[in-house]
Design a protein around this ligand. Structure first.
Ligand SMILES: O=c1nc2n(C[C@H](O)[C@H](O)[C@H](O)CO)c3cc(O)ccc3cc-2c(=O)[nH]1
Ligand SMILES: C[C@H]1O[C@@H](n2cnc3c(N)ncnc32)[C@H](O)[C@@H]1O
Ligand code: MET
Ligand code: SF4
Length: 319
C-alpha cells in the first residue's frame, strides 16, 4: 500500500494567564480576575529544559483581559515578552490569545511565525446560549480579526468548535466564511475541526460531538475549503483518527505533554500514535507552526531562525 502523510507539530503550551473576561459555556480553562500571570523568570524556567528536546512550536494560549481594562497593556507586554524569550531560546512561537487590536496584531506578527484564533461558529444565535457571556465570541468581531490578519499578511490558523448547539447550515456558513476570507488574502494555512469535548469545570452541560458527526464535517470542509488549506483534527479528542484522514484531514495539531484546553483528554504519545497510523498506511511527520508556502510572509527578523528549522526538518526527512 502507498504510504500517505499526516503531520503534527511538536509543541509545548505556555499560558500567560487563565484570567478571562469571557465566560464561554464550554470552557474548562478560564479563571476569574485574580488568577496568576506568568512571570518572566517562570517562562525561562519552563522553556530551558525543552531546548534540544525536539519541541519547536511554543503555543501561547491565553485568557483575555478586556480591551478597556487599564491592565490590558501589561497583559499584552507579558505576551510579547513570552514570545521574545521563546525566540531567543530558538523556538517558533504561535499565539492564540483571543481578540486583538489591529496594532497588537501587528506587534505579534513581529514575534510569531503564525497566529491563531478559532472562528468557532459564525452564528449570532449562539450569543443566546454558550456565548451569552462571551463578548469576544461575537462572529463579526472574529471575522474582522481574520480579515485584519489577511491585510497584515499573517499566516493564520482558525477553526470551528463543533457540537455547541449549531445547526448543519451554520457549520456550512462558517466554512464558507473562512473560504471567502481566504480567497481575498490567501493567509489561512489550516482549519481546526474541534469536537466539543466536555470537561469537569464547564458551565454548559452539552454532549460531546461524536466521531460519526465529525466525519461528515471533515467531508464537507474538504468540499468547501480550497486545497491549500489543511484540515486539522485533535487526536486526543477523537476515537480513531484514520477514517477522518481518509475523509481529508491531514494534520493532528500541536502535540505536547498536556492539552491545556481539554486537560481531561490525554495527548497520545507521538511514537505510539506513529505506530498506529503506520499500521493503517499513514506516515506521521513533524511540521513547523507555519506551512512552507507561507514562509515568505513571516517577518524578516524571524527568517534566519525559520530557515534553520526548515533546513533541519528537511534533513531529518532524508536521513
Ligand atoms: O496551532 C494551533 N493549535 C491549536 N490547538 C491544538 C494544540 O496545538 C494542541 O492540541 C495542544 O493544545 C497543545 O498542547 C488547540 C487545541 C485545543 O484543544 C483547543 C484550541 C487550540 C487552538 C490552537 C491554535 O490556535 N493553534
Ligand atoms: C482555544 C479553543 O479551545 C476550544 N475549546 C474550548 N473549550 C473546549 C471544549 N470543552 N472542547 C473542545 N474545544 C474547546 C475553543 O475553540 C477555543 O477557541
Ligand atoms: C482556551 S481559549 C484560548 C484563546 C482565547 N481565549 C479564545 O477563546 O479565543
Ligand atoms: S474559551 Fe477562551 S474566551 Fe472563552 S472563556 Fe475560555 S479562555 Fe475565555
Amino acid at each position: 500500500m502507498r504510504e500517505r502523510t499526516v503531520t503534527y507539530s511538536p509543541s509545548f503550551t505556555l499560558v500567560p494567564t487563565r484570567e478571562c473576561f469571557n465566560r464561554c459555556g464550554y470552557c474548562n480553562f478560564r479563571a476569574d480576575r485574580g488568577a496568576a500571570w506568568l512571570q518572566p523568570a517562570e517562562v525561562r524556567a519552563l522553556l530551558l529544559p525543552l531546548v534540544g528536546s525536539g519541541v519547536v512550536e511554543i503555543l501561547v494560549l491565553s485568557g483575555e483581559v478586556h480591551p478597556h481594562d487599564p491592565r490590558r497593556g501589561k497583559w499584552f507586554a507579558m505576551i510579547q515578552n513570552i514570545c521574545a524569550v521563546a525566540l531567543e531560546l530558538g523556538f517558533l512561537p504561535h499565539t492564540n490569545c483571543g481578540v486583538l487590536r489591529f496594532e497588537e496584531m501587528g506587534a505579534l506578527q513581529q514575534l510569531n511565525v503564525s497566529l491563531g484564533l478559532m472562528l468557532e461558529i459564525d452564528s449570532n444565535r449562539l450569543l443566546g446560549s454558550v456565548h451569552r457571556h462571551a463578548p469576544s465570541k461575537l462572529p463579526a468581531l472574529r471575522t474582522e480579526q481574520l480579515e485584519w490578519a489577511g491585510t497584515l499578511g499573517i499566516p493564520f490558523t482558525t477553526g470551528l468548535l463543533l457540537g455547541i448547539g449549531e445547526t448543519p447550515a451554520e457549520r456550512e456558513d462558517t466554512l464558507r466564511t473562512i473560504a471567502r476570507l481566504h480567497h481575498r488574502h490567501g493567509h489561512i494555512q489550516e482549519v481546526i475541526l474541534q469536537p466539543h469535548s466536555p470537561g469537569g469545570s464547564q458551565s454548559w452541560a452539552g454532549e460531546p460531538l461524536g466521531d460519526a458527526q465529525l466525519l461528515g464535517v471533515v467531508r464537507l470542509a474538504r468540499q468547501i475549503l480550497p486545497a491549500e488549506i489543511t484540515i486539522q483534527i485533535p487526536p486526543n479528542l477523537v476515537g480513531d483518527p484514520v477514517p477522518l484522514l481518509e475523509a481529508g484531514a491531514r494534520d493532528l495539531g500541536g502535540i505536547g505533554p498536556v492539552d491545556v484546553v481539554n486537560p481531561d483528554y490525554a495527548h497520545p504519545v507521538v511514537e505510539r500514535l506513529g505506530e498506529r497510523l503506520a499500521a493503517a498506511g499513514w506516515r506521521l511527520e513533524p511540521r513547523l507552526p507555519v506551512y512552507p508556502h507561507l514562509d515568505r510572509r513571516v517577518a524578516a527578523a524571524l527568517q534566519p531562525l525559520l530557515g534553520e528549522h526548515r533546513a533541519r526538518l528537511c534533513q531529518a526527512a532524508v536521513t
